[in-house]
Design a protein around this ligand. Structure first.
Ligand code: SAM
Length: 214
């Protein structure tokens, strides 16, 4: 993700508290109150410019979505998309995924989406990959027992690493596609990266996993 300096981004994020939730730790265990209903909550970790999470929110009004992104200069574009769609079931957090268990309580989340996560190809950076076992520990804590992780990427190396990481962790693989756009899976809401890479002819990998002993 190319980062552009956007000094105005913070003020813009602050001016939309109905979508961008600041100090989200205060809502740990109370996210249903934020949405005003008891619908399942799905999060996207590393939401980027928000095309996926806002598209999903528009498509599934009975599910609550939370997009989590590290950089304010990026999530500010996700805010624009959320404002365009004018959906009530979407919130955005400008936070680090490492803090997930400070933000969400045990069994508070029904699904985790990881889309085109940064591959961090160097071995010494493996712990930064969002499918590393350290992150799988965090997702396990916040997911309900039947909760799932849905993962898409164009990066074969990251996909292979992730399948191995899921398997070593004891996760159950319930769906896998080695060429999503040629499969019958759908509806598939595309992310910004997915559009970019598939337009270049790259294939998209996708998997779904869940924890066995939650
Ligand atoms: N999901 C989007 C897509 O498919 O178009 C963005 C993909 S981009 C390659 C990965 C995004 O994950 C970046 O915007 C990055 O800032 C974000 N990210 C990486 N590590 C993160 C972390 N620990 N917590 C929150 N966001 C993170």
């Amino acid at each position: 993700m190319r980062l552009r300096n956007k000094p105005w981004a913070k003020d813009k994020l602050d001016s939309h508290p109905e979508i961008v939730v600041r100090n989200p730790e205060q809502f740990k265990g109370k996210w249903h109150e934020v949405f005003g209903n008891k619908n399942p909550i799905h999060i996207e970790v590393g939401t980027g410019k928000g095309q996926f999470v806002s598209g999903m929110a528009e498509l599934n009004a009975d599910i609550n979505y939370i997009g989590i992104e590290l950089f304010e200069s990026v999530i500010v574009t996700a805010l624009d998309k959320a404002l365009e769609k004018d959906v009530r079931n979407l919130r955005l957090l400008n936070e680090n995924a490492m803090d997930l268990t400070k933000i969400f309580d045990r069994d508070e989340i029904s699904r985790v989406y990881l889309n085109f996560s940064d591959p961090w190809p160097k071995i010494r950076h493996a712990k930064r990959r969002l499918t590393h076992s350290n992150f799988l520990d965090l997702y396990k804590e916040i997911l309900i027992p039947e909760g799932e992780i849905h993962f898409k990427t164009d990066n074969q190396g990251l996909f292979e690493y992730s399948l191995q990481s899921f398997s070593e962790y004891g996760l159950l693989l319930t769906f896998v596609s080695l060429d999503l756009h040629k499969s019958e899976f759908g509806p598939n809401i595309m992310t910004e990266y997915e559009e970019k890479f598939s337009n270049k002819g790259q294939r998209i990998y996708r998997s779904e996993v869940r924890y066995l002993n939650k």
